[in-house]
Every structure is written in structure tokens, then in C-alpha cells.
Unconditional design. Structure first.
Ligand SMILES: Cc1cc2nc3c(=O)[nH]c(=O)nc-3n(C[C@H](O)[C@H](O)[C@H](O)COP(=O)(O)O)c2cc1C
Ligand SMILES: [Fe+2]
Ligand SMILES: [Fe+2]
Length: 394
């Protein structure tokens, strides 16, 4: 991608990566991505974000920068967070521009030193701090955990441009690069939020509060389209997704189980009945048959998660682990958790699930219930009591 002008004195110097198939290991891509980098041609030249670590990206980025300025004239390199997809060309840029000062948030200093493994002295910006570029001004808004602890957002005051890095970005590569010219990218915009921002959505909500009242003419994120068509609409979408859910009158519990022969299923049904007796609102899902795409929303809204698995080959079943591994994209800390299941001879499934729930910082008030093979009437009564007690803990 050749550099191009966005506004008078503001240029795109990033790179397209249309063929990338997976991002950060956790995100399969089908429209590739872009590493957006911006050059502000003020009296003191500033670059906001670099590109990723691959030699091809670094080379293209450097040649884009060189097409516009002599690297010796670069005053500042702003990195809103230090993840290598945006800081990956920092070292190679600094080699050409040793006089440039790296600009990070206060907590970014530790990361930049560990990224470069040398004692760089970055300029550290606090919330509301400004940096004078001569004829232009950068202002910084700290946004911790959006989605790294060191994240800040950068605002170019005179042109009303917000550089939010990953915030408001998406993995979507269309060389036309402006939101009004590219194909419909709404799905990708949401997908990015769901995987990257959602685990820390209360922090996103705080960051959005800081953007209230800020006059924004253009949002220049670090992945995907540049947002110039009523940029507030994107902020509003984030606000909707990040808004804390209203506490409901009745406590909600989910019973999620897998069962090959129906033993764990019968236990699940009894636990669910007990939760209902305790006046919790209960939904029950056989996870072994897959789960609906709203499942993560349901889990997020639930006060209690009761997980049932038999033991197969010394372990809980794979669909249960798959489900538990998806908990990392939402906040489950503090919810009530419990485990149950049928087994044949060793019964590891229940304690393993229980441990995982504890590791994810759920409250586990009751030891899990295990039954050998077919649950008796008495076992089912115990399961129902177990559910009833859990309802009180919600
Ligand atoms: C392939 C297979 C492997 C199993 N491995 C174990 C095991 O390692 N330890 C154990 O306690 N039970 C094991 N079992 C027994 C099941 O846990 C037991 O049949 C249980 O009641 C099944 O519950 P379900 O009806 O909910 O599927 C195994 C069963 C099968 C079919
Ligand atoms: Fe990131
Ligand atoms: Fe990123």
C-alpha cells in the first residue's frame, strides 16, 4: 500500500495484510487485516503506531515513511499500547530515526523497555497530557485495559482526529480503507469487539465516558477502515455493547451439561428443578449437542453456572472444556459455580471442572456431586437439594 493523504498534514503509512488467516492465535480471519499507521506532518513530525513484526511489514512501512519525510526529521513515535502488531517496526524505525522520542502512557514505559530490551527513555503521558508538535497538538486519554493495561488514546486537537489504536478497529481488509467506500464491515466491527474488548468491557465503558464531549471529525484506528462517516455512530455502538447489564429481579442460573448415556442429564434436570424451587430463573443446555451463538450472552447475564460432565478417560468431556475455554472472552469472576456428573470408576470429571471454575475466580460454595453410573431416586433428590442450596447462594 502506498502512503496516502487523509487530511492536510495527515498521511496513512500503514500496510494491508489481506491474506492473514489467524490473528493472535485466537481469532480466525476471513477478510485479512490491516496495520494502520499514521504520519502527522507537523513542525515536529509524529508517527502514530507502527506495523507488525514481519520483515515485509517493516520494510513497507519504512518505505512509506521515507516517501514522505526524512526519518531524521521524525520527532515522536506514539504507541497507544505496546502489542507487537503495532510496535513491531519500532526498533527498525528508531534505527533510522535515533533522535525520535517514543511516546507511551505512564504504564507503557515498562512495556517499551521489555519490548526493546534496552533502556529507552520514552516520554510518558498521563491522562489529559498534551504534546506540542509546533503547529499541532496531541492530547492523550488513558484507557487502561482497552485491551492492554498500558492503553491510551491519542487525539489530534487541531484536526479533531482520534487515534484509538485497537479500540473501534476491526480485522477487515479492503484497500479503499474509508468506512463509506469499503464493503459492509459491521460484522467484523462487532467480532473484534466481542473477542478483544469484551473481556474488559467495563474498562471500555469507562473509556467511552472519557470520549463524551470530545469533538471527533475522524477516527483513525489501527486495524480496518478509517471512520469518517458520522464517527459518533461507532462510539454509540460500542457504548451499547459495553453497557453493564441491568440487574434482574430474579437471579439467573444456567445448567450446562454433556451426557453420553443420560446419567449426567438426569442429574442436570434434578439440579435445574432445585434451582427453580429456590426461585432462580433457570435455563438448561445439553452442550454436547453444541450451543446457540447467544450462549456467551446468556453466560454473561447469569448469576450462577452449574456444569455437568461425566468422566471419560480420566477427564471431563471435550465440549465442556471447549465451553469453559470460551469463558475467557467474558467476565465470569464472582459468579456462583458448581459441578456435578456421573462416572464409572475414577470420577475425575467433576473435580477437574470444579477446579477450573475456581481458577476462573467463580465462587464455588458447594462441593460437586458425583454419582456412580445410574443416579438413584435418592441421588436425584440430593441433586435437587444441591440446586436449591445453590439458588440461595446466587
Ligand atoms: C469411552 C469411555 C471412557 C470412560 N472413562 C471413564 C474414566 O476414565 N473414569 C470414570 O470414572 N468413568 C469413565 N467412564 C464411565 C462414564 O463416566 C460413565 O458411564 C458415566 O455414567 C457416563 O455418564 P453419562 O450417562 O452422563 O454419559 C467412561 C465411559 C466411556 C464410554
Ligand atoms: Fe492490541
Ligand atoms: Fe491490534
Amino acid at each position: 500500500m502506498k502512503p496516502f493523504k487523509i487530511l492536510e498534514d495527515l498521511y496513512y503509512v500503514g500496510m494491508l495484510d489481506p491474506d492473514r488467516k489467524v490473528f493472535d492465535v485466537i481469532m480466525p480471519l476471513d477478510r485479512g487485516t490491516t496495520y494502520n499507521s499514521y504520519l502527522i506532518q507537523a513542525e515536529k513530525v509524529a508517527i502514530v503506531e507502527t506495523v507488525t513484526v514481519t520483515p515485509a511489514a517493516q520494510e513497507e512501512f519504512l518505505s512509506n515513511v521515507r516517501a514522505l519525510v526524512n526519518p531524521k526529521d521524525i520527532g515522536y513515535v506514539v504507541l497507544n499500547h505496546l502489542e507487537p502488531d503495532h510496535s513491531g517496526a519500532l526498533e527498525i524505525l528508531l534505527a533510522q530515526a535515533p533522535q525520535a522520542r517514543v511516546v507511551v502512557s505512564r504504564s507503557g514505559e515498562h512495556f517499551v523497555k521489555n519490548l526493546l530490551n534496552r533502556d529507552v527513555q520514552p516520554l510518558r503521558m498521563g491522562d489529559g497530557d498534551s504534546l506540542d508538535l509546533g503547529d499541532k497538538t496531541l492530547r492523550f486519554i488513558t484507557a487502561p485495559f482497552v485491551h492492554w493495561p498500558d492503553t491510551m488514546l491519542t487525539y489530534l486537537v487541531e484536526d479533531k482526529v482520534l487515534f484509538p489504536c485497537d479500540f473501534l478497529g476491526c480485522h477487515f481488509c479492503d484497500p479503499r480503507l474509508y468506512d463509506d467506500l469499503v464493503e459492509d464491515f459491521r460484522y467484523y466491527f462487532r467480532y473484534y469487539f466481542d473477542v478483544i474488548m469484551r473481556p474488559y468491557k467495563e474498562y471500555s465503558f469507562k473509556a467511552l465516558k472519557k470520549l463524551e464531549g470530545l469533538d471527533i471529525a475522524l477516527i483513525a484506528p489501527s486495524h480496518g477502515p478509517i471512520l469518517r462517516t458520522n464517527p459518533r455512530q461507532y462510539i454509540e455502538r460500542y457504548r451499547e455493547w459495553a453497557r453493564p447489564s441491568e440487574p434482574s429481579a430474579r437471579k439467573k442460573a444456567l445448567v450446562l451439561y454433556a451426557s453420553a448415556y443420560g446419567n449426567t442429564r438426569r442429574m442436570a434436570e434434578a439440579v435445574a428443578r432445585g434451582l427453580g424451587d429456590g426461585s432462580a430463573e433457570v435455563e438448561i443446555f445439553d452442550i454436547g449437542q453444541g450451543w446457540p451463538k447467544e450462549m456467551l450472552d446468556k453466560i454473561e447475564a447469569a448469576d450462577g453456572l452449574v456444569i455437568g460432565s461425566p468422566t471419560f478417560v480420566g477427564d471431563a468431556l471435550k465440549p465442556i472444556w471447549d465451553l469453559l475455554s470460551s469463558f475467557v472472552t467474558i467476565k465470569v469472576k464472582g459468579k456462583v459455580g458448581a459441578a456435578f456428573g456421573s462416572y464409572g470408576w475414577s470420577g475425575e470429571g467433576v473435580p477437574l471442572v470444579e477446579q477450573r471454575l475456581k481458577d476462573l475466580k467463580l465462587k464455588v460454595p458447594e462441593p460437586g456431586i458425583r454419582v456412580v453410573l445410574t443416579p438413584t431416586e435418592e441421588d436425584l433428590t440430593n441433586c435437587r437439594e444441591f440446586g436449591r442450596r445453590l439458588a440461595q447462594d446466587l
